[in-house]
Design a protein. Structure first.
Lengths: 113, 118
C-alpha cells in the first residue's frame, strides 16, 4: 500500500526567503506526482504535475523535482510572499491502482510579511 | 468553463439523516472522483467513474455511501443514516483520459462540500 509523508508539517518563514518542502513515498511504481495548494476551507489547486519519466517541472517561482528511485520529491518556492501562505499537499498516482491519488498530510506554510 | 463545481458548499445535519451532494465536472472530462478530507489530513480516495461506470470503490465507502453518475456528466454522493464520524470535507475532482490507460492526467478539484453531523 502506497504511503506518502510530508515534512515538515508546518513551516513559518519571513517574506523573501527561498524554501523547500519535502515529500516521500514508499512505492516507487508511480505514474506521476502532483503538488497541490489548499487555502483554508477551500478545494485543491494543482500547482505542478511531474510524470514518472520526468525529473522536474517549473512554473514561475515554483520548481518541483522527482527522484522516483528514492521515493522523494521536493517543491522549491523562490522569493516567498505572504500570498504563498497555504497548505501544500503532495499526491502520487500509483501504477496499477486505477486512478486514485494517494495524498500526504500536507505542509502548512506561513510567510510572514 | 468555470471548473469543477459542488453543491452545497456546507451542510449541517443531524445524526441519522440522509444527505446528498452534487458535483458538476469540467465539461468534456470523462473521469470523476470523490475524496474525503478530515481536518489536518490529506484527502482520501472514495470512488471514481469513467463516464457513467463506477470503476473503483475504496474500503472507506461503507454500505451507507452510494455514488452515481447516471449520464456520465454530473455525479451525486449520498450518505444514508449519517454518523458523527462522517463529518468531513467531501471533494470532487475530474480529469480527461488521454492516450493509453495509465497515462498521467491532472485531476482538477472542486471547492468541496463541508459536512457537519451533529
Amino acid at each position: 500500500k502506497q504511503e506518502v509523508t510530508q515534512i515538515p508539517a508546518a513551516l513559518s518563514v519571513p517574506e523573501g526567503e527561498n524554501l523547500v518542502l519535502n515529500c516521500s513515498f514508499t512505492d516507487s511504481a508511480i505514474y506521476n506526482l502532483q503538488w497541490f495548494r489548499q487555502d483554508p476551507g477551500k478545494g485543491l489547486t494543482s500547482l505542478l504535475l511531474i510524470q514518472s519519466s520526468q525529473r522536474e517541472q517549473t512554473s514561475g517561482r515554483l520548481n518541483a523535482s522527482l527522484d522516483k528511485s528514492s521515493g522523494r520529491s521536493t517543491l522549491y518556492i523562490a522569493a516567498s510572499q505572504p500570498g504563498d501562505s497555504a497548505t501544500y499537499l503532495c499526491a502520487v498516482l500509483s501504477s496499477g491502482s486505477a486512478r486514485q491519488l494517494t495524498f500526504g498530510s500536507g505542509t502548512q506554510l506561513t510567510v510572514l510579511p | 468553463d468555470t471548473g469543477v463545481s459542488q453543491d452545497p458548499r456546507h451542510k449541517i445535519t443531524k445524526r441519522g439523516q440522509n444527505v446528498t451532494f452534487r458535483c458538476d465536472p469540467i465539461s468534456e472530462h470523462n473521469r470523476l472522483y470523490w475524496y474525503r478530507q478530515t481536518l489536518g489530513q490529506g484527502p482520501e480516495f472514495l470512488t471514481y467513474f469513467q463516464n457513467e461506470a463506477q470503476l473503483e470503490k475504496s474500503r472507506l465507502l461503507s454500505d451507507r455511501f452510494s455514488a452515481e453518475r447516471p449520464k456520465g456528466s454530473f455525479s451525486t454522493l449520498e450518505i444514508q443514516r449519517t454518523e458523527q464520524g462522517d463529518s468531513a470535507m467531501y471533494l470532487c475532482a475530474s480529469s480527461y483520459l488521454r492516450g493509453l490507460a495509465g497515462a498521467g492526467d491532472t485531476q482538477y478539484f472542486g471547492p468541496g462540500t463541508r459536512l457537519t453531523v451533529l
